[in-house]
Design a protein around this ligand. Structure first.
Ligand code: NOJ
Length: 528
């Protein structure tokens, strides 16, 4: 059966910062509902909402205290049900954020687990067998240990930050053979956690959501060097969910499609970490150095996609067996696309993002080129990520149309630049980033060979590192996409090209024995 994800184009919403409907300074479900028509008219047909569950917000909601209840600041369970309905009314889909690998340190399960007496939750987290045994270095998948957090005689593993104790899914390799604190995935605690994850997913799917983006999906089993045990757990969970809800979609934050897709996910993201070389595209390793120019979409022409292409081809081969590879414009964890790209470069980046296979994911605000805001104080464990999470800029009214609250009560400050981009202005300007994105989304919709599952192949048009070129095709049509972000024209091999159906800048010129691709340009053309 064909699933809706095969035609999905996602818009990622950070609920805190998207649209505040009740003037308390923070975004909410009703605010999202009020902007669904905007999202649809732009050309998106699916939404991913970051965690919106009850939480003390030490990590912006990735530290959950009740997996079955929304955070009151966004609205009630009834309100989110209404959001699901409004999304579906518009023939769109919505996925939530599932955080399966840890809870908040304030979750009632963890409070039970901290007790001395054995109880239902004793083995549901990764504990050592004695206080002080927190120097167990080299345990893969554990980012730290908390010692003496309670009278329980043990140290507990954390999965990310100290506020996120790791749920126990067992150890693939037992390294402390003299003691018995490292459990196996088949033990009772891990098995109960697996069943609980299925229950959480079923709860929201029954309410009407269409699937999940799965946080740190690769981190379940510890000491799992090849992640085979984690893959098995996901085969179990995804197998169960996909059988019970054949249209439900799961998309992993794993960053290694060769592993994630074997675990039964419908798609996996390329991420700023992992083996994908995603960062070679639009940002580089010095992401907070605003002047860096060694990434591919920089005008400097200093970029190199050799490693990216090699990795992508391997992932794409895996995807052909089932599943997708998704290349996001950004997300709430990394500086925005605009950090190291100017407006022209961003438009070219969107040509790439919106003509690739796999479901596109555009982070809210990227469609208008919102800026990463430097040097704002950390909010809810965001630290350097906070600058990529500021309120959406809708119009020229108070607080950029985000909220009616006094400015000092906003969740985060608005970009202070008086020339900051906003939706209202960009809608009016034919050449804006917004209208470029919209045009590209229309193009993708009109040409099925540009879709999520149609064929893809890189082509080398020159011996230079620029331009980037690839072919998309299906039984109906074959298109060539050529992108030259560098500010130099490039001599390419002569290529027989038909009608050009999309351009940014000038397209190509044919000379007797070569083709010249203009600087800072992109085109999509039919192949004869
Ligand atoms: C990845 C999420 O994207 C990030 O925001 C979060 O802090 C960690 N996982 C921990 O859940």
């Amino acid at each position: 059966m064909k699933k809706w994800i095969e035609n999905a184009v996602f818009y990622q919403i950070y609920p805190q910062s998207f649209k505040d409907s009740n003037g308390d300074g923070i975004g909410d479900f009703q605010g999202i509902i009020s902007k669904l028509d905007y999202i649809k008219q732009t050309g998106f047909n699916a939404i991913w909402v970051n965690p919106c569950f009850e939480s003390p917000f030490f990590d912006a909601g990735y530290d959950i205290t009740d997996f079955y209840k929304t955070a009151p600041r966004y609205g009630s369970n009834e309100d989110i049900r209404k959001l699901f309905e409004e999304v579906h009314k518009r023939n769109m889909h919505i996925i939530l954020d599932l955080v399966p690998a840890h809870t908040s340190h304030l979750h009632p399960w963890f409070k039970q687990s901290m007790r001395q007496e054995k109880n239902e939750y004793t083995d549901r987290y990764v504990w050592t067998d004695r206080e002080g045994r927190n120097n167990v270095d080299g345990i893969q998948g554990v980012t730290g240990w908390l010692n003496a957090v309670s009278d329980r005689n043990g140290a507990v593993a954390v999965n990310f930050k100290a506020c996120q104790p790791a749920l126990n899914f067992g150890f693939a390799e037992i390294t402390d053979i003299e003691n018995d604190w490292q459990q196996k995935p088949s033990d009772e605690g891990p098995q109960k956690n697996i069943e609980e994850i299925k229950k959480i997913m079923s709860f929201w799917l029954d309410m009407g959501c269409d699937g999940f983006r799965v946080d740190m999906a690769g981190s379940l089993v510890k000491n799992d060097s090849e992640q085979e045990e984690t893959i098995k757990i996901w085969q179990n969970i995804n197998g169960y969910i996909h059988k019970k809800y054949p249209q439900a979609v799961t998309i992993s934050e794993w960053g290694e499609p060769t592993r994630a897709l074997r675990g039964g996910f419908d798609a996996d993201f390329l991420l700023s970490f992992g083996p994908s070389y995603y960062m070679d595209l639009f940002r580089n390793e010095k992401v907070l150095d605003f002047d860096s120019d060694t990434h591919f979409f920089s005008k400097s022409g200093n970029g190199d996609l050799t490693n990216f292409k090699r990795a992508y081809e391997v992932f794409y081969e895996q995807a052909k067996k089932g599943g997708m590879v998704c290349v996001p414009s950004g997300n709430h964890d990394i500086p925005r696309l605009s950090t190291q790209l100017d407006e022209d470069e961003i438009k070219l980046a969107f040509v790439f993002l919106l003509t690739l296979p796999g479901a596109p994911f555009i982070y809210y605000g990227d469609e208008i080129g919102m800026k990463y805001i430097k040097d704002i104080p950390s909010k809810e464990g965001g630290y350097h990520r906070t600058g990529a999470r500021t309120p959406m800029q809708w119009d020229k009214s108070l607080n950029a149309g985000f909220s009616a609250a006094p400015w000092d009560e906003l969740y985060l400050p608005i970009d202070p630049d008086e020339n900051r981009p906003c939706v209202e202005e960009q809608l009016k300007d034919e050449t804006s980033i917004y209208n470029t994105v919209k045009r590209l989304l229309e193009l993708r919709k009109m040409h099925s060979c540009l879709g999520n599952t149609a064929d893809f192949e890189f082509v080398e048009l020159s011996d230079d590192r620029y331009p980037l070129a690839y072919i998309r095709n299906d039984s109906k049509e074959k298109l060539l996409i050529v992108i030259n972000p560098s500010n130099k024209s490039v001599e390419c091999r002569k290529t027989e090209i038909g009608e050009v159906i999309f351009t940014i800048g000038e397209d190509y010129k044919n000379e007797s024995d070569k083709m010249i691709v203009a600087p800072c340009s992109a085109f999509v053309a039919k192949l004869i």
